[in-house]
Design a protein around this ligand. Sequence first.
Ligand code: CTP
Length: 451
Amino acid sequence: MRVYMDGCFDLAHFGHANALRQARHIGEKEDFDDAFNAKDDFEDDCEDCEKKDGKNATTTTRTTTCELVVGIVSDAEIARCKGPPVVPEEERVKCVKAVKWVDDVITNVPYELTPEFVERLFSGTHVASRRFFCTSLLFSSLLFLSFLTLSRYVSLFTPADEYGIDCIVHGDDPCYLPDGTDAYAIPKKLGKYREIKRTEGVSTTDLVARLLEFADSSDGGKDTTKSSSDGNSKRHESRFCTTASRIAQFAAKVSYSKTSKIHTEDKQRKRKGKEEKRKNVNAKNNDTCCYVVGAFDVFNAGHVELLEECSVAADKVICAVIADEYLTSDQTNQPPPMLNQSERAMSAIACRHCDDVVVGAPARITDDICKTFNVTAVVFEDDASITAQDRKVCEKNGVEILSVREKHFSRKKITIAKRVQANRALFEARQKRKMASEAAYYEQKSFVAEE
Ligand code: CTP
């Protein structure tokens, strides 16, 4: 089963991550139904899987053949259909690929699901099957039986421009093209459309509003491009409810198919990194834990790059998302974080490069932390924040302080805020439109069950 979800994924947030999680869950559920024709047993089976996934499990876990393929709309298409994106395509791709439920991405997809593009999405499996079938007929029935087995992995034979998709998923918010027609009309007509519940309390629009606020507060109101009509200085309030079950869903172990492209590449990269490390005669042990301290406010491609590098350098990565109380204290002399600690933690939990997340960590490394997590290396999101006390604690506990510099992407939220500020007029116009449609969504919303 290959499930497709497309989108802009601008400022890729945990609402997008939850949409991707639900899309993959739909595929897993339908895959499981196909294989066992036992829909009602699925939830029980999942529970069994979770139990078996525990550290002391003696039985093997159920593997999945479901894959989630994500189509990422190009910058030009977003600008044409919605107004300019805040985050350029390369960074949006980096963020989406880091979401642990994603198996593959297709870049540069059209905003509109044209008949030609839909044809390419749904082709692949069938074309490959037909070709393979004809060849098989020339051989014995034994080969034909092998074909049946191999057809599970038929995506391996799929031509590069055909994707073998089985269904297309989108959130329950209406999605219209510039001409007012339904963007998902074709897959709906074909019976290949599935819907998931949109995550309430977070959106790109909401984050843009917070970024504009942050940009204004961090340049002391010197921004001359600020619209005078915007007299609303009230701090944006979070509407997201962090429930225990949402955290559990995000933290649950993900099972990957053998052909999952991103997972395979990621595994190879990490294995190579570890082999390199073990060649190093100074490597003290084979069970390294990297503890990464940071605010992780407005999770971005720079954060992904940081965590990815840590995951190559160590066997385990713990992302310590600093508690609000340490970031809002007067001593920091910084504006408060744009997202609260649970919101900031959700994005880190959804990231494939984190093995665990401390939700609301102290801002400093302590003896206790070193011992509790058996920390071997500490990384700070911002090297400038390392104190003499941090160095003393690390020295005492034999913990290395690693410096992971920004390579391709900035991890500073001010970089993103400046992009919004530079295009303030365009973003404000887009905000007006989007806020109206979001208000309409919240007005008409009723209960929709989640996947
Ligand atoms: N999505 C969601 N919950 C959110 C935001 C988005 O489930 N809070 C889903 C959308 O329904 C869509 C996918 O994420 O299926 C990608 O959304 P995207 O194209 O990036 O755009 P928007 O729906 O406009 O999301 P946002 O308002 O955050 O820009």
